[in-house]
Ligand binder design. Structure first.
Ligand SMILES: *[C@@H]1O[C@H](CO)[C@@H](O)[C@H](O)[C@H]1NC(C)=O
Ligand SMILES: *[C@@H]1O[C@H](CO)[C@@H](O)[C@H](O)[C@H]1NC(C)=O
Ligand SMILES: *[C@@H]1O[C@H](CO)[C@@H](O)[C@H](O)[C@H]1NC(C)=O
Ligand SMILES: *[C@@H]1O[C@H](CO)[C@@H](O)[C@H](O)[C@H]1NC(C)=O
Ligand SMILES: *[C@@H]1O[C@H](CO)[C@@H](O)[C@H](O)[C@H]1NC(C)=O
Ligand SMILES: CC(=O)N[C@H]1CO[C@H](CO)[C@@H](O)[C@@H]1O
Length: 389
């Protein structure tokens, strides 16, 4: 008995030691990546603001008719001068919901089904407009920073272009043409970009095992201090030894929630017909789970900006409301209910609601807000192209 216990103890100790060694080796590698990539990114940042559709063909919001969450989104978009299209949604009926359900053992709630149908509607709207080659699809309760268009998107897009320039474009008759870069990199090198999610959380080993050329750690001075981030996000960044004021861009590992995802025509078509046409047999909780499953298919290439640039606000979710409350509360951490969206910092939507204030006044006031300062300097005073970290 005694000897067996000792053996177990020894085994456990050995295991612990080997894990520690592996982790240190990984962290060493990641640090190395961080250092080199930080250096590589710097000269590429031009400082130009993204255009009003953030470098995509269009920004489309999923919002049901009469959604109380629409007004806040429109106002936030107006303040940041972002152009968002909100397509009409048909009045979904019982048949629409039934068609979405799995033939066997469906677990889809009515609220989840309606949100899912809204996403599919946005995909159809995008594909219907043949002039658009890419789209960013938002849920109507997302918040984003005042610095989204001026800093965050230009940095993330630069990082994606850097990575894309080293990726192989799948062969196609037009592949010589496809080598041309556009704002988000070479077309055909990605299928989905997670710009808004509720966490792509994984053990450090998963990141370390990705090819180095596909992981970028880049300075973004608009990222709130780690202490102000969601507990899960800050512990992830600290496990990865990511320095303050830096984001990661990497192939998606385990992303959840579809707060803001960018798609191409090809990937939107595949989601619509292949991955998320309906619930999986045996049940799917929600649309975002199907998208996560799609991203586990090696032929469907998803990328994550981590921490995210869009996060939903603390209002009760549409899904929960339809279902009679309480089902989803992703922004609730450690029992601390907050008015603001997690991980955004200077969230336009949370900060912009003030009775009787014009858009111009709100914009002006936000620029002066403490939390909208970048490295102690007001947003607009940061020199274009300057890298503060
Ligand atoms: C923004 O840039 C993208 C990519 O170049 C382009 O497709 C889109 O039409 C532009 N949007 C506007 C409003 O000009
Ligand atoms: C944005 O706000 C301005 C000033 O309040 C208003 O004139 C304009 O129509 C608004 N634009 C949108 C797209 O809501
Ligand atoms: C297609 O999208 C472009 C850019 O948003 C818009 O200007 C145009 O009106 C749209 N066309 C149709 C038919 O909806
Ligand atoms: C892309 O590949 C080139 C040549 O192999 C290398 O010098 C460069 O650092 C790579 N870029 C990235 C972002 O990994
Ligand atoms: C549905 O549930 C039954 C009973 O639990 C199970 O036997 C069956 O395999 C399930 N079907 C699917 C497709 O998961
Ligand atoms: C692969 C690579 O570029 N490695 C370099 C990373 O940065 C350190 C410090 O500047 C260099 O010593 C490495 O050679």
């Amino acid at each position: 008995m005694e000897r067996r216990t000792n053996r177990w103890l020894l085994l456990a100790l050995a295991l612990l030691l080997s894990i520690t060694i592996v982790r240190h080796a990984d962290i060493g590698r990641i640090r190395h990546v961080a250092h080199n990539i930080t250096n590589r990114l710097r000269p590429l940042y031009t400082g130009a603001h993204a255009n009003t559709t953030l470098g995509f063909g269009a920004i489309i919001a999923v919002s049901r008719p009469g959604s109380p969450r629409r007004e806040g989104l429109i106002r936030a978009a107006n303040i940041t001068e972002i152009d968002i299209t909100i397509p009409d949604q048909p009045q979904w009926n019982a048949e629409d919901i039934a068609n979405l359900r799995a033939a066997e053992n469906s677990t889809l709630t009515r609220g989840s089904a309606l949100a899912w149908l809204g996403h599919l509607n946005a995909l159809r709207y995008f594909l219907h407009n043949t002039t658009l080659s890419t789209v960013l699809i938002l849920e109507d309760d997302v918040d984003f920073s005042l610095h989204l268009r001026t800093h965050q998107i230009p940095l993330a897009a630069t990082a994606m272009r850097m990575i894309a320039s080293n990726l192989t474009v799948p062969p196609s008759p037009r592949s010589h043409k496809s080598r041309l870069q556009n704002y988000w990199g070479i077309p055909n090198t990605w299928d989905l970009l997670y710009l808004g999610h509720c966490g792509d959380i994984y053990p450090p080993e998963s990141l370390a095992s990705l090819p180095q050329s596909q992981v970028i750690i880049y300075p973004d001075p608009t990222l709130p201090p780690h202490s102000a981030l969601h507990g899960k996000t800050s512990s992830q960044l600290s496990d990865l030894h990511v320095p303050e004021g830096h984001r990661l861009l990497h192939p998606s590992i385990f992303p959840l929630c579809t707060f803001a995802i960018a798609l191409t025509r090809h990937s939107a078509q595949r989601i619509l017909t292949q991955y998320a046409a309906c619930e999986a047999d045996g049940g799917t909780e929600a649309y975002d789970v199907r998208i996560l499953e799609a991203c586990r298919d090696p032929t469907f290439r998803c990328w994550t900006v981590n921490p995210e640039l869009f996060h939903h606000v603390e209002a009760e979710s549409e899904i929960a409301t339809v279902n009679g409350g309480g089902q989803w509360s992703v922004t609730e951490a450690d029992g601390d209910r907050r008015e603001e969206a997690f991980n955004i910092g200077c969230g336009v939507r949370s900060l912009a609601v003030r009775e009787g204030e014009s858009v111009a006044e709100a914009r002006e006031r936000l620029r002066g807000e403490e939390r909208c300062r970048i490295g102690g300097v007001e947003g607009d005073e940061v020199t274009q192209g300057g890298q503060r970290s």
